[in-house]
Design a protein. Structure first.
Length: 68
């Protein structure tokens, strides 16, 4: 398949293709290191316990603009 050929498809068709590609990847084929798993578990635990703050996309964007 040539990526240039994707231009002939509608956005809806591209989304369906992307979903089918994603679903074709077996979860067992995706691996993460033990260190990353521990970090993700810690972040999830902190979130569930209310120890983390969530930011909206507009808040993140505004913060990044201030840093520039």
């Amino acid at each position: 398949m040539n990526v240039k050929d994707l231009n002939k498809y509608s956005n809806a068709e591209k989304i369906i293709l992307a979903e089918e590609l994603w679903d074709s990847i077996s979860k067992k084929d995706i691996s993460i290191s033990v260190e990353i798993k521990k970090e993700l578990d810690l972040r999830l635990k902190n979130l569930e316990e209310g120890k983390s703050r969530l930011y909206s996309w507009s808040e993140v964007r505004a913060h990044v603009k201030k840093l520039r």
